[in-house]
Design a protein around this ligand. Structure first.
Ligand code: HEC
Length: 174
């Protein structure tokens, strides 16, 4: 059962990568860095910020932002792998207290922007393991702006159901 889930997740990753491969070049070429973080692509915003400094400008208590974030999450197809409310589907849940690379804003933004393979090449390492293990595709080539990604992440935070102290990553054990 578990093995089957992993295979489904990997198939989904391959499909998404193939689906977005063609339009990617355009998206990349069209968006020049503007200095305005909100209108940068997620990859540009991640490249421009020092490790550990990216922070969500939105609060997950802002219901208008969370609703917009949910719509974007669906529009960009995150639900195809993570389920409609992020509770997991073929791929890992986003709502529990297991954070594969860390649960802080900076790490989550970079994971979605770069995908798990580029993220690891930049010195981030796997800390925890979900039931389903597979590569997260580079959704930063699909999500248009950093602002869109922050709103999506506000929606993900609003759906968090894990232990309260682990919402942004569990505190180190004493
Ligand atoms: C093709 C399937 C797929 C799609 C589409 C996808 N993801 Fe993922 N995502 C994954 C996989 C697989 C992982 C686990 C990565 C790993 O273990 O290295 C993951 C991990 C994550 C994590 C970290 C979860 C944790 O527990 O630490 C977040 C947050 C996330 N994805 C958000 C998103 C968002 C937001 C989108 C849409 C913009 C998205 N994902 C689209 C497959 C997908």
């Amino acid at each position: 059962m578990r093995k089957r889930t992993v295979i489904l997740c990997l198939t989904a990753v391959a499909a998404v990568v193939a689906l977005y491969r063609a339009p990617l070049g355009h998206a990349e070429a069209a968006a020049a860095p503007s200095g305005n973080a909100a209108s940068m692509t997620p990859v540009q915003a991640a490249d421009a910020a020092a490790k550990g400094t990216l922070k969500n400008p939105y609060k997950d208590t802002d219901t208008a932002v969370v609703a917009a974030g949910q719509q974007l999450y669906l529009n960009y197809g995150c639900n195809g792998c993570h389920g409609g409310t992020g509770g997991g589907g073929m791929c890992p849940p986003l709502t529990n207290d297991v954070w594969v690379y860390g649960g802080d804003d900076d790490t989550l933004f970079r994971l979605v922007a770069y995908g798990s393979q580029i993220l690891q090449s930049k010195g981030y390492s796997r800390k925890q393991q979900e039931n389903v293990v597979g590569p997260m595709p580079q959704m930063g080539m699909v999500v248009k702006t950093a602002d869109d990604l922050w709103r999506i992440l506000a929606f993900v935070r609003a759906n968090y159901h894990g232990a309260p102290e682990c919402k942004f990553g569990c505190p180190p054990e004493q």
